[in-house]
Design a protein around this ligand. Structure first.
Ligand SMILES: *Cc1c(COP(=O)(O)O)cnc(C)c1O
Length: 430
């Protein structure tokens, strides 16, 4: 099946007389007619849902749909994007281990890696994504267990050189984990470029309707865990909580990583999605290909329009030929636009930017991106409001920077809205 068909049909194949739509299994437990059958399930000798903290058929179907879209072998849904990044790492890293991550990543992931993982005894080295391969190799340690990056970084819109980081991971003998939230599999499939594990905040375009928080982890099934000696004991050594079972031997290279994640991290930490949220996600993915193309087209038109507006100092958008990220975006993304997100600096002051924002009527202020409705944020008034203008410039955010997440409304309404708000902030001279 081609990509668009997979958005609608992958992951769920109804039998004769079954519901056409993925049904919501709104139950926590399952019935079995013998305790022996139940015992086999607990020993992982028989596969069946039995308790919704560990798995649920609604979320399993949607996870399979995402695996089909990313070209992966196995997948699982999580309660949030934050959980997806945490579980993807924690499934193969424990106290005493080391992780390498690029510093150009989402703020929430940065906190998770810089503050919370060290509290658990996992050391993290942040590297400059633009460093060359030899410089990056210097960050590898004997206890390095994974490398993490973001395909299109939120909010700086830097494009990850996936092949360079896949080469680094290959050199270290560890998997490359990438967050593909912004381009979505519609516009980028990192596994085709050498990524081993893909994570998502499905809260963004995959849901796309500001309706359901969620995350996903997809394993390509390409990483040879057993080939790395004792580096990944959770997968290659006997597991004492399952009678000495060895995950990589019992479930094979394609399924062992996700199976362990479900049977250990979901079992013990329980950050699973709800059946309702999984259902909403699955239904919204049915229109991913239609929505994403409109996001990309609208954002491209608006970025070009902004670039030609005298009150706009600078536009950051990989779809612009003049953008520093354009060439790499054209290599890794089907559309170099990347996503529907644009950053731009206005002329004038912090106060002018606030006037502009408050005058918008179609684009609405929200702590959100990647929604079907256009939303907009002024970092200087929100996420970076404690900083002085000088400190903000040091942090790479200008006092007049606007982050615009372009929705799928009529382009004429969006441009008219931006135009009239710019005229409020910068009244035309009589
Ligand atoms: C929003 C976001 C996350 C965190 O996802 P939540 O669903 O909010 O937990 C992770 N990575 C990226 C790139 C994001 O944009």
């Amino acid at each position: 099946m081609e990509f668009n068909t997979r958005c609608l049909q992958a992951g769920y194949e109804p039998g004769n007389g079954d519901p056409r739509q993925i049904p919501i299994y709104q139950n926590t437990t399952w019935y079995f007619d013998s305790s022996e059958h139940m015992a086999m399930i607990f020993d992982l000798e028989a596969a069946s849902p039995f308790y919704s903290r560990i798995s649920n058929p609604t979320s399993d179907a949607v996870a399979s749909r995402l695996a089909a879209l990313e070209g992966g072998a196995a997948a699982v849904l999580t309660a949030s994007g934050q959980t997806a990044s945490f579980f993807a790492v924690f499934n193969i890293c424990q106290a005493g281990d080391h992780l390498i991550a690029t510093s150009q990543i989402y703020g929430g992931t940065y906190n998770l890696f810089a503050v919370t993982l060290p509290m658990m005894g996992i050391e993290v080295t942040f590297v400059d994504a633009e460093a060359d391969l030899d410089e990056l190799k210097a960050a590898i340690k004997p206890n390095t267990k994974a490398i993490f990056g973001e395909t299109l970084s939120n909010p700086a819109l830097n494009v990850l050189d996936i092949e360079k980081f896949a080469a680094l991971a290959g050199f270290a003998g560890v998997p490359l984990i990438v967050d593909n939230t912004f381009p979505t599999p519609y516009n980028c499939r990192p596994i085709e470029h050498g990524a081993d594990i893909v994570v998502h905040s499905t809260t963004k375009y995959l849901d796309g309707h500001a309706a359901a928080l969620g995350g996903a982890i997809i394993d390509a099934g390409n990483f040879d865990w057993l080939g790395q000696g004792d580096k990944f004991p959770g997968l290659t050594r006997p597991d004492s909580s399952y009678h000495g079972l060895v995950f990589a031997e019992q479930f094979g290279q394609k399924a062992c990583y996700i199976t362990r994640l479900i049977t250990h991290l979901m079992r013990d930490l329980g950050a699973i999605t709800t059946p309702q949220n999984a259902f909403i996600l699955g239904m919204n993915i049915e229109s991913l290909h239609v929505r994403m193309q409109r996001h990309l087209d609208n954002a491209q038109t608006i970025a070009e329009w902004l670039q030609n507006n005298g009150n706009v100092a600078q536009v950051y958008f990989p779809g612009l030929v003049s953008d520093s990220q354009h060439e790499r975006a054209a290599k890794y993304f089907d559309s170099p636009a990347g996503s529907g997100v644009i950053s731009f600096d206005l002329e004038g002051t912090r106060e002018d930017a606030v006037k502009f924002l408050d005058a918008l009527r179609v684009a609405r202020i929200a702590t959100h991106v990647a929604d079907a409705r256009t939303c907009v944020l002024h970092p200087a008034s929100t996420t970076h409001r404690q900083l002085s203008d000088e400190q903000m410039i040091e942090a790479g955010v200008s006092p007049t920077m606007i982050r615009l997440s372009v929705g799928i409304e009529d382009i004429s309404d969006l441009i008219a809205d931006l135009d009239s708000a710019l005229k409020v902030a910068f009244p035309p001279q009589a």
